[in-house]
Design a protein around this ligand. Structure first.
Ligand code: AKB
Length: 357
């Protein structure tokens, strides 16, 4: 089978040709917002259509970057089948997920969206590879939620954690992300092991375990790393903010432009350079108090207090305080653009200030 770079469309059994497409699920979410603009620039150069799936219609800013929005649920096989009939899908960015805090209220629904939805997309990728004869690139955003450190003392003693340590996630979302990583490996390397007509390695699966991500343009919802971005946006908007974790709570973070850069670097990396399917990336690891001090400095009058929610705190305590991203640096040239200070001074504060002016 050839590598996954797009080729001219192959005729379907009916002789008609489907346009080539990049499919983005969860396109209306925070990462979709940043990624669609980049994907649409690249798609124009390669004559690809960007096709989005989301449970809601996209906002106008995102809508202009896509050829079609399929409003619906990734668990709906008929929706996926309809898109498959319309397009020859060569790349999938599977961003749709129910995050760690929301998932703890409805764990079985989270499993349905995060795992069954992922299987639907992986199966689509494998079917498409069979239909057009080239490997389908599949990007899967995993998360530091895939880690599960048993207690705070272990977290503090562990410090920087590698991709292969402490993988007993405590949340349904984290369990689902870990399962997504393993399913990616299964579909990429072992799918239908015993079938006579099995296709060898139909999917080129690539995944990043992201830390908390902070965007100047959107405010997250449903996650547990949300205290960082929530605090900054509240400070800029002049709204009081009661932080739901302790001042000493510490996990890794990065800015959204860095996250988008990491996705594109990994997806563009030559396959022979990659030594793993799942890579850590990170930029800085502040405590919640570090965040609060920078917000108070940037937005004098910001009213930030701490009112820890013990259950949400326990989720943050199960995530590492830092992650080792040396494999990403070595294999595909990942380098963070920011320190915590430069992220505030050069990206977050100017853009967020303009947003709430
Ligand atoms: C969450 O808090 O659930 C997410 C994540 C760390 O993946 N932002």
């Amino acid at each position: 089978m050839s590598d996954s770079s797009p080729v001219a469309p192959s005729p379907s059994p009916s002789g008609a040709r489907r346009p080539l497409a990049v499919l983005v699920t969860g396109a209306g979410g925070e990462m979709g917002h940043g990624l669609l603009a980049e994907l649409s620039k690249r798609a124009k150069r390669s004559d690809l259509h960007v096709v989005a799936i989301d449970v809601r219609e996209l906002d106008d800013a995102s809508r202009k970057h896509v050829h079609q929005v399929a409003v619906g649920d990734i668990c709906d096989r008929s929706l996926i089948d309809r898109l498959q009939a319309q397009y020859e899908i060569v790349e999938i960015f599977h961003l749709a997920a129910l995050l760690s805090t929301r998932g703890e209220y409805v764990p079985e629904t989270a499993h349905q969206v995060n795992v069954v939805g992922t299987v639907n997309l992986l199966r689509l990728a494998a079917d498409e590879a069979r239909s057009h004869g080239q490997r389908v690139k599949f990007f899967f955003p995993s998360s530091i939620a895939a880690y599960g450190l048993p207690n705070l003392a272990t977290k503090r003693a562990a410090g920087t954690v590698s991709e292969d340590q402490f993988l007993e996630a405590h949340t349904m979302y984290g369990v689902n992300k870990r399962e997504g990583e393993l399913l990616g490996n299964y579909y990429a390397n072992h799918y239908k092991k015993l079938a006579k007509d099995r296709l060898d390695r139909p999917i080129d699966f690539r995944s990043i375990r992201f830390p908390g991500i902070i965007s100047a343009d959107t405010v997250p919802s449903g996650g547990t790393s949300d205290y960082g971005p929530e605090m900054i946006h509240a400070g800029a908007a002049g709204k009081p903010y009661a932080c739901f974790v302790r001042p000493d709570a510490k996990i890794p973070f990065m800015t959204m432009p860095e996250a988008i850069d990491a996705v594109l670097r990994l997806i563009d990396a030559p396959a022979e350079k990659l030594t793993r399917m799942v890579y850590n990336v990170t930029s800085f690891s502040p405590s919640a108090e570090d965040f609060a001090n920078l917000v108070r400095g940037a937005f004098p009058g910001a009213q930030i207090t701490f009112n820890p929610d013990l259950q949400r705190q326990s989720i943050v305590d199960s995530w590492p305080e830092d992650i080792d991203d040396s494999a990403a640096r070595r294999d595909w040239g990942w380098t963070p653009a920011h320190t915590l200070k430069s992220a505030f001074e050069e990206y977050l504060v100017p853009r967020i200030r303009a947003r709430y002016r």
